[in-house]
Design a protein around this ligand. Structure first.
Ligand code: DGL
Length: 258
């Protein structure tokens, strides 16, 4: 028994990192759909189809739970995945919302993500299903993904992009959900500019969700703690940029054509 994790590409490695902190011995299969990234501007039909193709592939690895480590795929495909597959499927949105609700004092929460995630309104619906009095401000921040992938995690360029997107959030909300896998890499810089905002990274809460789901027998001893990576394109690029996300070298990557 092992865990499957997928993302549109590299970003889900921020979720993998948190999962590995809690499950250092778990065998993990990570799929990054690097041939078809970004999902953030694609339609629901495509994202559902891609998510199912990846899940079918990961099931051949005998996974006992699936983590959708992509906000866009969680927003647009998690219901279909939960309905169509027998194993537990965990996304990042419920987790992020739980984290935000536990810290907001003003009941005003900001959500940032890709265009597809924000247009789906899934974060807003999930927040207001838990507490209808919460005011939610949402904003798509499409420039963050390419800038992070370029490694521009600090300095003038990223500062002005952060101000461009978040300038009007600061006095409206006390809590900001980083609703895209790439954004946690900007946490330090966002905090520097907006120190009063509580920044919520759904990755940590997602790892805790997985802990609740995996039974003791799933967490059996004698596991290798090995992570095997599959990508649909660009092994070398995944190795290079992925190590920035994971903060360690990435070994054992295989190219898979779905
Ligand atoms: N992984 C995506 C997310 O969390 C960001 C990258 C993309 O657009 O595919 O929404």
């Amino acid at each position: 028994m092992s865990v499957g994790i997928f993302d549109s590409g590299l970003g889900g490695l921020t979720v993998l990192k948190e999962i590995r902190k809690i499950f250092p011995n778990e065998e993990i299969f990570y799929f990054g759909d690097t041939a078809r990234v970004p999902y953030g501007e694609k339609t629901k039909d495509l994202i559902v189809r891609y998510s199912k193709e990846i899940t079918d592939f990961l099931l051949t690895k005998n996974i006992s739970a699936l983590v959708v480590a992509c906000n866009t795929a969680t927003a647009l495909a998690i219901e279909e995945l939960k309905a169509d597959y027998d194993i537990p499927v965990i996304g990042v949105i419920e987790a992020g919302v739980r984290g935000a609700l536990s810290v907001t004092k003003t009941n005003e929460i900001g959500v940032i993500g890709t265009k597809a995630t924000i247009n789906s309104e899934k974060y807003k619906q999930e927040i207001q299903s838990k507490n209808k009095d919460i005011i939610v401000y949402q904003k798509a921040c499409p420039l963050f993904v390419p800038v992070v992938e370029e490694g521009l995690l600090e300095g003038e360029i990223i500062e002005s992009i952060i101000r461009h997107y978040l300038g009007d959030f600061d006095d409206k909300v006390d809590t900001l959900i980083l609703g895209c896998t790439h954004y946690p890499l900007l946490k330090k810089e966002i905090h520097k500019l907006y120190p009063n905002l509580n920044l919520i990274d759904p990755a940590m809460e997602t790892a805790l969700d997985l802990k609740r789901i995996l039974t003791d027998s799933d967490e059996a001893e004698n596991k290798t703690g090995h992570t095997k990576y599959y990508v649909s394109d660009g092994v070398q690029n995944f190795r290079n940029i992925g190590s920035m996300f994971l903060e360690e070298e990435i070994e054992d990557i295989e190219l898979i054509k779905l």
